[in-house]
Design a protein around this ligand. Sequence first.
Ligand code: NAD
Ligand code: UDP
Length: 336
Amino acid sequence: MSEIMKRILVTGGAGFLGSHLCDRLVKAGHDVICLDNFFTSQKSNVVHLLQAPNFELVRHDVTHPIWLEVDEIYNLACPASPVHYQYNPIKTMKVSVMGAINMLGLAKRCGAKIFQASTSEVYGDPDVHPQPESYRGSVNPIGVRSCYDEGKRAAETLFFDYYRSNNVNIRVVRIFNTYGPRMHPYDGRVVSNFILQALKGEDITIYGDGAQTRSFCYVDDLINGFLKLMNGPDDFVGPVNIGNPGEFTIKQLAEMVIKKTNSNSKLIHMPLPADDPTQRKPDITLAKKHLDWEPQVKLEEGLGKTIEYFASLDLSKYRKPTDHTAHKNTIADQGN
Ligand code: NAD
Ligand code: UDP
């Protein structure tokens, strides 16, 4: 153990990113409290940690206050995939805003450092490309993605107001599309959908013409960025983009997945969900300069590890968190 042992709370700790973060913190010898209500995850993501004396699992909803004594908080609790966060949009806004207020209050009382998992969605459907942190975004305040986008924007506001008004020691990271083992197989995100479809030989569902772009970061790279920001100097609090600048069209991703799985699946087109951003790519100049961070894992390599993971899953052990699909929220359905 090289660092000083800290008591660390990870909200959303049983989720995709949270479980990888808990792994790293437990391994470093910290006393870790993983808090989750299991809306979009399950205990299987952290079951291997339950034997560790420095790991504790708490079932709790962040929209309600909680009384704990901790040195650091990573606030990750929030449904993250469009089908999950659009299922109950009012709850999504509550999780972002009330969750942030509750965790910032806890940080203030304990004098804890607190980290917020924000998102590239704060840039909306961007008209500046790639997106630097100084870009203020182009977000629809009343659309089907707004519960998440505006919720995360409001959370950032709260973090910076607690920082300015109450001297709370904050860190804010804007995460771009991240993938890897332990993504929920039914989260409806593009990487998990395409891999499962390819492995089963089903049609690959491209929404719209597939020319929209995303930049995909492998989970290990992302968690390295989280730790560098949290453990870095107090005069660099973010917001900072953490993502992989390698930009791909959704059609290119589909073709890569088919090739890597040796699948016979065919590409089919389905309606584009409303407000689906046309392009997304992080400008990571700030992360390079202040954190000496940049991603190491290329999409091709990370996809290989993710395919291996999905191929090994027993899907009968996974419950679909919601029956919501992207096609309940297409442009035609919204009349806009
Ligand atoms: P995830 O759905 O796997 O994890 C979210 C976790 O939060 C789940 O375990 C879920 O059960 C939990 N949760 C949801 N509502 C809760 C509540 N009210 N109380 C307690 N726990 C609750 O998603 P993820 O990809 O691991 O995302 C983690 C964080 O990172 C989220 O805040 C998300 O917005 C952010 N983020 C992720 C990505 C990405 O590409 N993965 C991109 C941008 C931002
Ligand atoms: N997408 C797709 N087919 C799918 C799932 C998603 O074409 O089966 C598209 C979606 O319309 C979007 C991109 O892939 O343009 C990324 O979607 P995802 O839900 O992973 O995350 P987003 O970046 O939109 O939040």
